[in-house]
Ligand binder design. Sequence first.
Ligand code: GDP
Length: 442
Amino acid sequence: MAFESLSEKLQNVFKNLRSKGRLTESDVKAAMKEVKRALLEADVNFKVVKTFIKAVQDRAVGQDVLNGLNPGQMVIKIVKEEMEALMGSTTTEIQLKPGNEITVILMAGLQGAGKTTTTAKIAGKYKQKGKRPLLVACDVYRPAAIKQLQVNGEKQGVPVFSMGDKMNPVDIAKASIEHAAKNGNNIVILDTAGRLHIDEDMMTELIAIKQAVDVHQTILVVDAMTGQDAVNVAKDFNEKVGVDGVIITKMDGDTRGGAALSIRSVTGKPILYIGMGEKLDDLQQFYPDRMTSRILGMGDVLTLIEKAEATVDEEKALEMQQKLRKASFTFDDFLEQMEQVKKMGGLADMLSMIPGLGNQLKGADLDDSMMDRTASIIYSMTKEERATPEIINPSRRKRIADGAGVPISEVNKLCKQFQNQKKMMKQMSGMFGGKGGKKGRF
Ligand code: GDP
């Protein structure tokens, strides 16, 4: 799961900070030492870590933070803000040309980074938005790459322009734009050839394509699992070819997160999207604030809600959003939330977006049968118990466990999870934006 190990370490540091009523300068310094170690272990660029720790420390010690009412939470808030800044603060979109003008997007990256898959993912996103993308097979060195693009294009319902593997990529790019103009395609996405390592031929070819056609956006695809190598690749590509933005793939399998935390600072280029799986709809827009929330174990309710909105009707999603913000949800809502998550698929990832749940469910058996067991526990509760979980005392727990046919420890665990989630929600709505909670500041 994305950032799992980093997240766990940071949450432990924060737990210590929160538990202290008063904080001294040396408490903060000790905590920052731990944060530093966690970031380095997560393979974050050394210089980036150094600057980050200094920025947090200066702010935490310099201002009146330590004399404030809740210094632990203030320090955590500063960490959150600085981490968002590290990843660019705001979301950056791929820039398109106005109106119906053809936008040419060049996709670059090393072999195996996920370039061809991501190219098809992006095309699907544009198609959903009512654009008319054209995929172009410029990787003439691997016939399998052409086939792969064709298969993925077909899955996405997006046309693929190919001239086989005998033509020069520059000529293919030129011809594809004529083809797009004739066929009414307004976005041309060039899938170029990668190599196993940075090499001069690859760079020269990319530069040649950029000189021959009017490339509007050059997007680099890097593999999160390669950590600092991904950062170095991004630096190199940017210096030699020039890139407008980066897409980080395989974040679903990257427990460390070093690439995502370093790339923006090292290259100055924004992260546009993140790949979260092999399926063609596993591509998420990159939101620095939401990503920070996930890393810090505060969940990512907004992404969760957006996924819910795509599956559930708007009114229900809005209602859930308000309940989550006010931390007034009940076991019935919990049940409904679970039903939605089930519908949305990707259980483990979904649950990690719920504040307070991600870390606890780590290593748990996150399959549908686990959900069914949880549901059967909630179904064994009375209406009153579901609405006011506080009344569930030990004897009620025993009755519920018998009814659901599970050991009492499972009922205890569920009640604890539920209370933790509520507590976390309350803390966060107090910390970031009060009752109303501004969008993106949850
Ligand atoms: P290319 O050589 O850069 O074009 O890479 P491919 O698009 O062929 O992808 C290489 C492998 O990575 C394939 O098996 C993809 O299914 C896989 N892949 C791509 N993106 C992701 C992602 O976001 N998550 C996961 N888990 N796998 C991915």
